[in-house]
Design a protein around this ligand. Structure first.
Ligand SMILES: [Zn+2]
Length: 257
C-alpha cells in the first residue's frame, strides 16, 4: 500500500477541496477492506449523507474523516438525532480516521473503528445552536474517541508505518462477536473491555477488574449488582475468545490470531 497521494489537482481552489479530493482518491485507489481483506474499496457514486465507501466483496460501508493534525479525544460529527438513528441501523458505517501531511502529500495515520463499537456512550450531544443561528435548535454531536476501547481502534498506518494486512484483519475478527449482542448488552461489554485495557497488563485478576466497580456503578446507577455483572461480561468475553480464564480469579488477554 503506497501512502503517497500523487499529484495535487490544480483545478481546485481551496486547500480543503484539494485535501478532500486527495484523501478520498487515496482510499479508492489504495485501501483494502479491513473487514474482509478484499483488495479495494469503492466510492459511492453520489455523495450520500453518511457512508463514503463500500466494499464490493462484503458490502461493509465506511465513512472517511480526515484532517491535517492528530485527532483529539473528540471528533466532531453531524446531527445528533441522525447519529442515534444510524447507530440502531444495520448499515451504520465503520469509521475511517485519516491524518495526512500536505507537504509530503501522504497519509501519516489511518485508523478504522468498526461499527460495532458505536454505542450511545461514545456519542456526546453538543449544545443546540442558538435561536439566533440560521439553523436554530440544530444539534450536532461528537464521537468520543477517548471512550472507545483500544480494541476498537485498529491502526492501518501509524506515523507513516503500515500495519501488516493480516494483523488488521485479525484485530477486526477479534471483536466481530460484538455485532451479535443487543445494543444495551454491547454497552456493558465495551465498558468492561475498557476497564480490562486500563489495567494495562495482559494478565490480571478479578480483583483488578473489581477495582473499576465505582466507575461502572456511576455509569449504570440503576444496576445494583455490578460485581456479578462484571463476572458475566468477563464470561462473555471469554466465550468469544477475547480473553482467557486461567482459574482462581486469574485472567489473560487472548493474543490476536
Ligand atoms: Zn470487505
Amino acid at each position: 500500500m503506497d501512502l503517497g497521494f500523487g499529484e495535487a489537482p490544480a483545478h481546485f481552489e481551496s486547500p480543503s477541496q484539494i485535501a478532500r479530493v486527495l484523501t478520498e482518491g487515496w482510499v479508492a485507489m489504495r485501501m483494502f477492506c479491513p473487514g474482509c481483506g478484499a483488495d479495494s474499496l469503492e466510492a459511492f457514486a453520489n455523495n450520500r449523507d453518511v457512508a463514503d465507501f463500500h466494499c464490493p466483496a462484503c458490502a461493509e460501508e465506511y465513512e472517511l474523516k480526515s484532517q491535517k493534525g492528530r485527532f483529539g479525544p473528540r471528533v466532531v460529527d453531524g446531527a445528533y438525532a441522525a447519529m442515534l438513528r444510524r447507530m440502531a441501523s444495520s448499515n451504520n458505517p465503520n469509521l475511517l480516521l485519516m491524518t495526512y501531511d500536505m507537504a509530503r502529500l501522504a497519509v501519516t495515520n489511518l485508523m478504522v473503528v468498526p461499527r460495532h463499537f458505536f454505542v450511545p456512550a461514545v456519542i456526546e450531544a453538543r449544545k443546540p445552536l442558538a435561536l439566533t443561528a440560521r439553523r436554530a435548535g440544530w444539534q450536532g454531536c461528537n464521537i468520543l474517541l477517548c471512550a472507545i476501547p483500544a480494541s476498537g481502534k485498529i491502526h492501518l498506518v501509524r506515523d507513516g508505518v503500515l500495519a501488516p494486512r493480516d494483523e488488521v484483519l485479525g484485530q477486526w475478527r477479534r471483536t466481530l462477536f460484538l455485532r451479535d449482542e443487543r445494543p444495551d448488552a454491547r454497552g456493558w461489554l465495551l465498558e468492561v473491555m475498557r476497564c480490562v485495557e486500563l489495567i494495562g497488563a495482559p494478565a490480571f485478576t478479578l480483583a483488578d477488574v473489581y477495582a473499576f466497580e465505582p466507575r461502572l456503578a456511576a455509569l449504570y446507577p440503576d444496576n445494583r449488582n455490578v460485581r456479578p455483572k462484571i463476572r458475566q461480561q468477563l464470561q462473555v468475553l471469554r466465550d468469544h475468545g477475547w480473553l482467557e480464564f486461567e482459574g482462581k480469579g486469574r485472567y489473560r488477554l487472548a493474543a490476536a490470531d
